[in-house]
Design a protein around this ligand. Structure first.
Ligand SMILES: Cc1cc2nc3c(=O)[nH]c(=O)nc-3n(C[C@H](O)[C@H](O)[C@H](O)COP(=O)(O)OP(=O)(O)OC[C@H]3O[C@@H](n4cnc5c(N)ncnc54)[C@H](O)[C@@H]3O)c2cc1C
Length: 457
């Protein structure tokens, strides 16, 4: 067995150990002990009782005929993609950062540039084997325990832990042909996205991947990817060249499928400049192997542990305050120009990542409550905003939450949120959540959805 794959018997052994650990736990809450870096952008309170799932990180089978992969819940997309590429397939939706795990992407609502065709990660799941807080393992799918199948996505592991899943694959080709299409006008940009989502085509050519980048108020780029068997050349953005800089400087490009899938990872979209990694010399010295989302998470981890940023800011007492605004927000496409205008006027973060998605299965997932018939747009913006207020009070984050509510959108819960309990439960169906909690975690061994995602419990 390679280090990517496990035999079913190996998985059974690991599962039995976790069941035992859950049954033998002491009174009080538990949390996961994962080996990969977390992509949560908020601090979490630490609990002493941790369920060690570090070795639940292998692929079990890839079936290229049925286009299904069976994989353990804590496998990173880096591992998963490596395994499926050996069979010329990919998971239908692959989040852009290769440190994200498949279980984390379902628990937190993962999205990607194929989402305009296939929806979010959880919509590509066929079944999930879930460990409940009483140590029972159940298989949830459309046919059995369907209430949990619909309830687990986006509830951040508060109803049970996904140990193993079956997920849909798509066949791939060796290369991706990219077109970077420029729009000065935001309305035309979103209209084009809407049409491509509807038809799957641009200028009569099939589009397999679509995302966008906004660099200035009048600079919108739509990046359209088509799978192709051959390429006249391929670009490489894993070392000295930066993918995000290529978008405005060329109209067309070719990448290998592997490099396309991880195009945003070496520079963490464009956030690597916060670490100086956009500088030529730093890149040269840093080396190709350190340009990785894992490196940036490690630096952030050290900063949180040793409070380096805070200590530095104490040395420069007259510097302005900065509020961290790290958000992914979903807005119905008809309101996307309004929301973009709001971001320019009130927040001012640039660039902005744009990722269209649609409700693929028309299934009712309880805790992804976007009410829209058409596609919606994910706006990703990750930076600090200068403020003369107390940055911990989240003035700008609150403004964003209010605008989302006004436009009928939702936001990712992986980072800071400031909702009151009342506001939160107006968005997410409290009655439904309490019912599922009562059935699947009646002793509240796992944390509560609101407490965990908003109060950092
Ligand atoms: C800068 C930035 C950019 C991002 N960009 C993207 C993007 O492009 N696309 C995208 O899809 N997402 C993106 N995300 C969000 C990311 O997908 C979510 O934060 C996701 O939940 C992280 O998954 P993880 O594997 O790192 O999980 P973790 O951070 O380890 O866990 C996330 C939550 O899920 C729970 N959880 C983890 N594993 C399981 C499991 N097996 N079963 C049940 N619950 C579990 C954890 O308890 C925790 O509450 C981004 C986040 C950041 C900070």
């Amino acid at each position: 067995m390679s280090d990517l794959f496990d035999r079913p018997a190996d998985y059974q052994e690991k599962r039995d150990r976790l069941v035992e650990a859950m049954k033998r736990r002491h009174a009080g809450p538990v949390m996961l002990k994962k080996s990969s870096s977390s992509n949560l952008f908020r601090n979490r309170s630490q609990i002493s009782e941790r369920l060690d799932v570090r070795d639940l990180n292998r692929v079990i089978t890839v079936d290229p005929k049925k286009l299904i992969v069976e994989v353990e819940g804590m496998t990173t997309y880096e591992q998963l993609v490596k395994a499926t590429l050996q069979y010329n397939c990919l998971p239908t939706v692959v989040p852009q950062l290769n440190t994200i795990t498949i279980g984390g992407a379902i628990a937190g609502g993962g999205i990607e540039s194929s989402s305009f065709r296939y929806g979010l990660v959880h919509e590509t799941v066929i079944e999930m084997e879930i460990l409940l807080s009483n140590g029972t393992v159940i298989v949830a799918s459309l046919d059995q325990y369907a209430d949990l199948f619909y309830g687990v996505p986006n509830t951040f592991g508060t109803l049970g832990y996904i140990l193993k899943l079956k997920v849909k694959l798509v066949p791939i080709k060796a290369f991706v042909h990219l077109q970077h299409v420029f729009f000065s006008d935001a309305s035309k940009f979103f209209q084009t996205i809407d049409t491509i989502t509807e038809t799957g085509k641009y200028n009569s050519h099939r589009i397999d991947f679509m995302d966008g980048s906004v660099y200035e108020r009048d600079q919108h780029y739509l990046t359209l990817g088509t799978l192709v068997d051959t390429a006249p050349y391929t670009s490489n953005y894993t070392y000295m060249k930066m993918y995000y800089r290529s978008i405005s400087s060329r109209q067309e490009d070719y990448l290998t499928i592997h490099d396309y899938i991880w195009r945003w990872d070496p520079d963490w979209f464009w956030c690597s400049d916060r670490f100086g990694a956009d500088k030529w010399l730093i890149r040269l010295l840093f080396g190709k192997w350190l340009l990785h989302s894992k490196t940036y998470w490690q630096i952030i981890g050290w900063d949180r542990k040793y409070q380096l940023g805070e200590k530095l800011s104490r040395l420069r007492p007259h510097q302005p305050n900065h509020e961290s605004v790290i958000q992914d927000v979903q807005i119905p496409i008809e309101h996307a120009p309004t929301f973009l205008d709001f971001l320019h006027r009130r927040i001012g973060i640039l660039p902005i990542w744009i990722c269209p998605a649609k409700d693929f299965n028309k299934h009712r997932f309880d805790f992804l409550p976007l009410k829209t018939k058409g596609p919606y747009i994910n706006f990703g913006f990750w930076d600090f905003v200068e403020t003369d207020r107390d940055p911990t009070k989240g003035y700008y984050n609150r403004l964003i939450e209010k605008e989302i509510a006004r436009l009928g959108g939702t936001k990712g819960l992986y980072s800071e949120s400031y909702y009151t309990s009342q506001e939160f439960w107006q968005i997410y169906d409290q009655k439904r959540y309490n019912h599922l909690k009562q059935v699947y975690d009646p002793e509240h061994v796992l944390k509560d959805f609101y407490q965990k995602t908003i109060k950092r419990a």
